[in-house]
Design a protein around this ligand. Structure first.
Ligand code: NAP
Ligand code: GDD
Length: 337
């Protein structure tokens, strides 16, 4: 039985990956931060909370990282933990640099000393492309991060490549474009929209307040993307791979698809800060722009080319954008019923 360790097992991707690995017969271990209310809602929602082995773990604590790697004796190490909210990274730039950047070398250097044969996955991100230098973006596209989060992730990405090239470690980076699910954190725009729509559809009256409606993202389903992570670690050689759908959608269009799934028919009016959306069926305003959600520097367009993952890993995204929006909107609508 193979043994895997997942940092960030309580997060969206951690929960889906834990389920995938358990279904494949792995013994699954995961790192959990000490928190005041110890609950595992995502692992519980997928029905696997009782099947994983949890360890107190914080990426900021060097000796804690060392002891976990020494004691768990994992075959595969998936580093999914991060301060993952781009918006917060301007308020927490130093913490974000530590957890999303420096912590990667804490893990790699410990693995190098203690268990160099362990296969390592780093959660890199399309946010590293930032002000995009090529359309669509692929593994060789020049990086131009636009947030403290993106900058920290660039360090994690390059140090993973560097440990692979310097010490021959099986260390791979997945450059994953945005991926969502009903387990998505509530501050990210897709979930903020589907939760807000569920409240409105059940009689709420507050329009959803959003920032830049013109940003475009290449959104896939998290369940598909964790399969790609696992496939990367099954290859004879470690490498870097983009996972993406090659379809890009504006925030406005995602909002429209999710609203359709809960029975709304939207009329969009105005531009910029004056933009609004109204449900034609009820005449109620459901969206207004609030500039407080604008970012100091924006990533306007992401669209990925996952040809390498398709050819070498046999990986394909299965869920398309309208289906994803409907899945999330219906899940939140049903949960609030
Ligand atoms: P998420 O839901 O925000 O989960 C983040 C996880 O990291 C949580 O389990 C969190 O623990 C843990 N964590 C945060 N700080 C930690 C620390 N100091 N020590 C130990 N654990 C810590 O994120 P996600 O969407 O699953 O994303 C997984 C990874 O992929 C992240 O590295 C993210 O940056 C990256 N990524 C995500 C996407 C995407 O679209 N989802 C795309 C590209 C890359 P708590 O539960 O205690 O907060
Ligand atoms: N969160 C949020 N809230 N975003 C908004 C809002 C709002 O009210 N209004 C507009 N947006 C826009 C943001 O400005 C951004 O352009 C876009 O919606 C997506 O924002 P998020 O959902 O917060 O995701 P992200 O693209 O910044 O980051 C996610 O994807 C990255 C991969 O590209 C996160 O999962 C990162 O961890 C991940 O690396």
């Amino acid at each position: 039985m193979k043994k895997a360790f997942i940092t960030g097992i309580t997060g969206q991707d951690g929960a889906y990956l834990a389920k995938l690995l358990l279904d494949k017969g792995y013994e699954v271990h995961g790192g959990v931060r000490r928190i005041s209310q110890p609950e595992l809602p995502r692992l519980e929602q997928l029905g696997v909370a009782g099947d994983v082995h949890l360890h107190e773990f914080d990426l900021t604590e060097m000796n804690n990282v060392f002891r976990v790697i020494r004691d768990v004796e994992m075959d595969e190490f998936y580093n999914l933990a991060a301060q993952s909210f781009v918006g917060a990274s301007w308020d927490l730039p130093i913490y974000t640099a530590d957890v999303d950047g420096m912590a990667v070398v804490r893990i790699l250097d410990t693995l190098r000393s203690v268990r160099p044969e362990t296969r390592f996955y780093q959660a890199s991100t399309s946010e590293m492309f930032g002000l995009v230098q090529e359309v669509p973006q692929k593994e060789t596209t020049r990086l131009y991060p636009r947030s403290p989060y993106g900058v920290a992730k660039v360090y994690g990405h390059y140090i993973t490549m560097n440990y692979r090239e310097s010490f021959g470690m099986h260390a791979s980076s997945g450059i994953l474009f945005n991926h969502e699910s009903p387990l998505r954190g509530k501050e990210f725009v897709t979930r903020k929209i589907t939760l807000g729509l569920a409240k409105l559809a059940h009689g709420g009256s507050d329009p959803i307040e959003l920032g830049n409606m013109d940003a475009q993202r290449d959104w896939g389903f998290a369940g598909d993307y964790v399969e790609g992570m696992w496939r990367m670690l099954q290859q004879p050689q470690a490498d870097d791979y983009v996972l993406a759908t090659n379809v890009t959608t504006s925030i406005r269009d995602f909002f429209t698809y999710a609203a359709e799934a809960v029975g709304m028919d939207l009329a969009w009016e105005g531009e910029g800060e004056a933009e609004t959306a109204t449900d034609r069926k009820t005449g109620r305003q459901v969206m207004k722009v609030n500039p407080k959600f604008y970012r100091p520097a924006e990533v306007e367009l992401l669209i990925g080319d996952a040809s390498k993952a398709r050819e070498k890993l046999g990986w394909e995204p299965r869920v398309q954008i309208r289906e994803l929006a409907a899945m999330m909107a219906k899940s939140d609508y049903d949960a609030l019923r």
